[in-house]
Write a protein of this length. Sequence first.
Length: 564
Amino acid sequence: DLAEIEGEVAPVKTQSTPTVTRTTAKPGKKATVLDNRIKIEFPFNPETLDIVKSIPGRRFNGDAYPKHWTAPVSIDAVKILSKNGFALDPQLEVLLEQNQITVEEVKEIKIPGLKLDLFPYQKKGVAFIEAKGGRALLADEMGLGKTIQGLAWLQLHPEKRPAIILCPSHLKLNWAKEAKAVLSGKPEIQILQGTKPYEITGEIIIINYDILSKWVDTLKTIQAQVLIFDEAHYIKSNSAQRTKATKSLAKGIPHVIALTGTPIVNRPIEGFNIAQVINNKLFPNFMDYARKYCGAHHNGFGWDFTGATNKEELHKKLVESIMIRRKKADVLPDLPSKLYSYTPIKLDNEKEYRKVEADFIRFVKETKGKEAAIKASRAEHLAKIEALKQLSIQGKMKQATQWIRDFLDANGNKLVVFAVHKTTVDHLMEEFKGEAVKIDGSVSATKRNEAVEEFQNNPKVKLFVGNIQAAGTGLTLTAASSVAFLELPWTPGELVQAEDRCHRIGQKNTVNVYYLLAADSIEEKIAEILDEKRSVLDAIIDGKDQQDIGTLTKLMESYEKGGK
């Protein structure tokens, strides 16, 4: 649990001259680089010998002449040697200087061409990545805009192209959407699909972990300048194919930025690969890391790395070298009361959806101008729209479920999910059995209260699944500060009411609202219409039928004009 090794985020200092603690070099004590290791030479002295023996991975070379010690090249080793009077060669001096640079506290960091305004803490995040030379771990809590900060650094360096964005498959469209919204100059954004490589032409290349192993060799040929890997905890397992592929891809790329709210999901061993990809000098030896921070021991059958030791030290090393992490509580004054995010999801039944959509458009066009026919066939219109909505939810359910799982695994926070259809609610309850409660039309009043109490007070219950009409009003669900919509109602009033189940008295955090919508589908069109109608919310709630004329008519008019 990352919370176990968290302390205060290292204070931001002004970057003027590097602050390096050194002791005047003593005669005969020197450290140089030899065959990718530090060669350590010194006149024999028991005190000095004890200091050298404290360096992780040190080794005595008694066969050499003169005899000497060596150690892996790491910032820890260099700091120990510098502090104890060893003269460092230029390579080691550079390593020491780079790791002493602190983040410049910039109130108004300037990013030419950035198409949106950053919150102050986001500016500091970009400044941190810059201070670390574009090799950093951005570990902000979910909902604080890690994607935006990563893209802002890309905008700060338009010369560093091509750039590769590696992420789970269900986030590829979202990265493309955000890149278009954030980056100026209309860079060519290419989303790679399938396991058979083809020509790469984009400036910003987006690929998912599942297919990366098939593309690694091809991606290496484009000489990428930046790799941003999102949900970086996906590479926690050494044996996983995606871990091996990510490590292979990262070799030789000058700038590597990891994004994850949980660099360590369960235990410290899971953070080793992320640190290795960003800075392989930080923990150069796996067994040294495992012994020191994972309580590694042999249990008679094999090595056990599941422990957690020296947690405060590990946290300190991470924040002093590669990691910046902020929680919502840390930056709350910067945040509005609600933050909205739209996550587009690719349909996996697109062929079927397009067929039904084409038939629907033809039907509407055939009845265009025939007012009486339209009124008489309104039920048929509604049936066809409903068919498209159901196809949309079916086609995105697998990836939407994965998004929910990632959210729950990422930071341990609770989540409220709203849907419309009973089949959607039931599917989620089956997927998240044992950690979810529900309220829909089939749940009695007594059982509703029990479900709310469980969600509010039982730490094992992480997910609340509600039908928008049955659970969208009258409930207090402040145990969560995040709401996700898998399906949309017909009026913005129902949306706002549902959002406000978390945004009530007792809520101490900004409420994050996520819309998980099928890309290029009727869901996007409904969302656009609902958004337009927010400005006249009162009139809608007080004056018109909540499910019929307004939104449906607007939707059909859109299709009559050839809209999708």
